[in-house]
Design a protein around this ligand. Structure first.
Ligand SMILES: Cc1cc2nc3c(=O)[nH]c(=O)nc-3n(C[C@H](O)[C@H](O)[C@H](O)COP(=O)(O)OP(=O)(O)OC[C@H]3O[C@@H](n4cnc5c(N)ncnc54)[C@H](O)[C@@H]3O)c2cc1C
Length: 462
């Protein structure tokens, strides 16, 4: 666990000055709806490429976002590229040094990075999204304003504007509408980036309204609940691993315990949460908050860990994650349609959350980078073409499809209690498998090997 000096502690609590409100009917090259990690990255890449950008965010920073707060290696590569890594390191954070897993039967395994490799091999960070998103949005605001664009906070995009052909057929998206107090404001651009998360208004238009395709599918949506705690037993020291527990009654979801930094008094803050696929939750009438409380208060092992611990008041919140698992009979693109003429969706708005780990920040950042690489303000000044929107969706699935599909297989595997017990028992006995799991925390090659079902099966069976 690394903490910054106390003079930096409140850096992410200062309001971000996003400049004057642009006049209604202003034209931009790119409008980004949503200022989470995906939207901030898209706005940054678009401004760096020389575009006049409008970045719009419903809330005002600093703002909380319900999350497990783990920022993995994939995210860090983009965060570094955008110059945000130093800002994060300058706030309290936990550098991930290992992961502890436990099975429903109670067996556990801890995969740790060797001490000498922690500095060089980045397994990721864990820090509250209040800080991470603030730093991403602050940097994006700098890029956008210095490129001649505009940023508006507290701005809820209500409507999306269409271009229509002579026969009143929608040919593309061309702008957005919102209200500032009583005034209706309209902004135009040849490209709108939908980065408004699981309920993004642009994604709604791209899927349901314009293409009559489903936006939400409860088989591929996850509900999750998070609380922050202090004084959790066994998490008093620095360099604690993050913990993922496959508990009876929580499967096929999992319960997590992630240390995310320290409060000003030096107490370790721990993100504790639980997630489950919505269809499963509904089938079993599960209330995630109650389920988490029962684990903390009554679980044979975990109730001891939380004896004397305190929940930070007001930190209990639920949210949804649109998984990127492959759909059985998709009407068009996998995991679902995310683009059309005039618009590309990124991150949760494109349903790209990993269906096993629940990680979505990395794919939000990566999809933002890919989306912006398709846009050319000179060639596309009359509208971002349909043909490129299709290429974007194909590239996203070619890039992320293999790992999302593999994670979906793992998600199905963990539904089987006996199998989880067996895998963790086996991993404890097989140094070769434990080694591979440990290396996979930081090494791309090991992650590739782990993605190979054959390699995993061979290690597990022989
Ligand atoms: C409980 C939980 C735990 C998770 N744990 C992890 C984890 O540990 N690691 C990880 O990588 N991922 C995790 N995720 C997933 C991760 O939070 C998301 O994948 C990630 O936030 C996606 O980023 P995004 O920018 O696409 O969307 P978001 O972060 O949802 O950002 C969307 C933004 O758009 C704004 N917005 C929405 N509608 C409008 C509108 N109409 N007008 C203007 N602005 C709008 C919102 O206010 C928000 O700021 C978790 C999710 C949950 C719910």
């Amino acid at each position: 666990m690394q903490t910054s000096s106390s003079d930096n502690v409140k850096k992410w609590e200062l309001p971000i000055d996003s400049g004057p409100l642009p006049e209604s009917d202003t034209h931009f090259d790119v409008i980004v709806v949503g200022g989470g990690p995906g939207g901030s990255a898209a706005a940054s890449y678009a401004a760096i490429a020389g575009n006049k950008v409008l970045l719009l965010e419903k809330k005002s920073f600093p703002r909380d976002k319900v999350c497990g707060d783990a920022v993995g290696g994939k995210s860090l590569r983009i965060v570094t590229e955008l110059g945000v890594k130093e800002l994060i390191e300058d706030t309290p954070h936990n550098r991930v040094t290992g992961i502890k897993f436990s099975s429903p039967g109670g067996q556990s395994i801890t995969c740790s990075l060797p001490m000498e490799e922690i500095k060089n091999k980045e397994a990721g960070y864990a820090l509250p999204r209040l800080q991470f998103d603030y730093m991403m949005f602050k940097k994006a605001t700098e890029y956008v304003l210095s490129g001649g664009g505009s940023v508006i906070q507290n701005f809820n995009v209500e409507e999306v504007l269409f271009q229509e052909s002579d026969i009143k057929k929608i040919t593309g998206i061309s702008g957005i509408v919102a209200r500032e107090k009583d005034e209706k404001l309209i902004y135009h651009a040849p490209l709108i980036i939908g980065a408004g998360g699981f309920n993004c208004p642009v994604a709604n238009v791209v899927t349901r309204e314009c293409n009559n395709e489903p936006m939400r599918d409860d088989e591929h949506y996850c509900a999750a609940y998070r609380e922050y705690w202090t004084d959790v037993n066994g998490i008093e020291t620095s360099q604690e691993p993050i913990e993922i527990h496959f508990i009876d009654g929580v499967l096929p979801g999992y319960w997590w315990i992630f240390p995310v930094g320290k409060d000003p008094k030096g107490n370790v803050i721990v993100n504790v949460g639980i997630g489950m696929v919505v269809s499963e939750m509904n089938k079993r009438s599960i209330n995630l908050r109650k389920l988490q409380t029962s684990i903390i208060e009554s679980h044979e092992h975990f109730s001891k860990k939380f004896k004397g611990a305190s929940m930070i008041k007001g930190s209990g919140k639920g949210y949804q994650l649109p998984f990127g698992s492959p759909r059985k009979n998709p009407p068009s693109y996998q995991p679902r349609r995310s683009s059309m003429a005039g618009a590309m969706c990124v991150g949760d708005a494109a349903a790209l959350v990993d269906p096993f780990s629940g990680e979505g920040i990395g794919n939000a950042l990566l999809s933002a980078k890919i989306a912006i690489s398709y846009f050319d303000k000179d060639k596309h000044k009359n509208g971002f073409p349909q043909e490129l929107s299709e290429k974007y969706m194909t590239e996203i699935w070619d890039t992320l499809g293999p790992e999302l599909s593999n994670s979906f297989k793992l998600q199905k595997m963990v539904r089987k209690k006996w199998l989880m017990n067996w895998v963790i028992r086996k991993a404890n006995k097989k140094p070769e498998l434990k080694d591979l799991l440990e290396q996979s925390l930081s090494s791309k090659e090991a992650q590739e090997e782990l993605k190979s079902t054959w390699k995993l099966l061979r290690l597990l069976l022989f």
